[in-house]
Design a protein around this ligand. Sequence first.
Ligand code: DLL
Length: 433
Amino acid sequence: MEHYYQPEIECASREQIRAWQDERLVKQVHHVYKNVPYYRNLMDKKGVTPDDIHSVDDLHKLPFLTKDDLREAYPYGLLAVPLKDAVRIQSTSGTTGRRVVAFYTQHDIDLWDECCARAIVAAGGTNEDVVHVCYGYGLFTGGPGLNGGSHKVGSLTLPMSSGNTDRQIQFMCDLGSTILCCTPSYAAYLAETICERGLQDKIKLKAGIFGAEAWTQEMRRDIEEKLGIKAYDIYGLTEISGPGVSFECSEQTGMHINEDHFIAEIIDPATGEVLPDGEKGELVFTSITKEAFPLLRYRTKDICVLSHEKCSCGRTHVKMTKPMGRSDDMLIVKGVNVFPSQIETVLLNKGYPANYQIIVTRVNNSDVLEVQVEMTPEMFSDTVSAMDVRAKELRDALKSMLGIYAKITLVAPKTITRSEGKAVRIIDKRNLY
Ligand code: DLL
């Protein structure tokens, strides 16, 4: 029996979806113009007023919003309701200087839960399931989002959060978890550990809902084989609510975007021109039902393709491909957002020259972040044990900046290749896209 499946919305006609979007967009534009001075300024600068927006056809008249706007308006500059009406804050994993906070009213939490519930149902979830959530809880949206969705479906929800693999596996066996929700890299690690311990027969998993980072079809097959499950992709970003902005159905040929809540556009990242279906470009979202933190034409930096082709599952909402890369230099390592500028800040603060290289690899399906750092000639004359102390200090400082450990390799002066143009700081060997 399927619970919380909403065919009247998810399989609505294109005309119906369009009618919802037209009406909600107009209302949303008035809401932000009236309540958010930051938006009013942006729109005034572009010479557009709420009265110019009559339908989705007018969307292109609105200015784009970027992560830089969110940082400039930090913390409360884009809050569109009185503080007393906001009930929750979530945040991106970026740290100092890069943090983005998003606000929710109870209505916003309800619709976010609804989006995640749809993802769980699309993966075969019902109120008979035991949903094992080991995305992180706290400021990260993964845990709270899937937790809320699972409640809405009526499944028995295990709020495990991340880490403590022994306990994860024990609960999985003892409680008979049937749907696993976590990052694909953690799913791969759990799968490997379960196989090593010969526990495949003790688990009852049937599906996994994995997202928050890029993962390949090979990784999907590996996890599916080891755990004996079907693995579904789920996409989202904190700014637009969190997981559940889009999700895979049984056809697994892209993720359906919850179009009754979010309007998607694909633009040329260089010119901002809107591109037609089937063309690759930057994904832009407009949230048309959120109250506390409604973003209009938010540039995600994720590069993908949209398709309105008919889906055999019956859902009519547009599908997006897996992101094929990003138009900025943000890396996602172990599910955490890492910007080279954060690493550079730590190095410069500790007296190192700005010659470094970031190398990301994937070993046994787990990300490894290595930072190769050039020493100054004075540092290079240190004893080996003094260098070990330096490397440890740097490792700790990076951990407190990024939230994850990096392998530090100190290298001799002038060994990192100098660039004549834009420095190549990142070598990503994971072949994720
Ligand atoms: O990662 C929300 C989320 C949680 C999604 C749990 C899915 C599951 P942020 O930390 O704000 O939010 O990171 C958002 O992660 O712009 C993409 O670049 C990337 N991303 C998210 N889902 C996927 C996915 C959460 N399925 C950023 N495939 C986004 C590839 C993904 N990249």
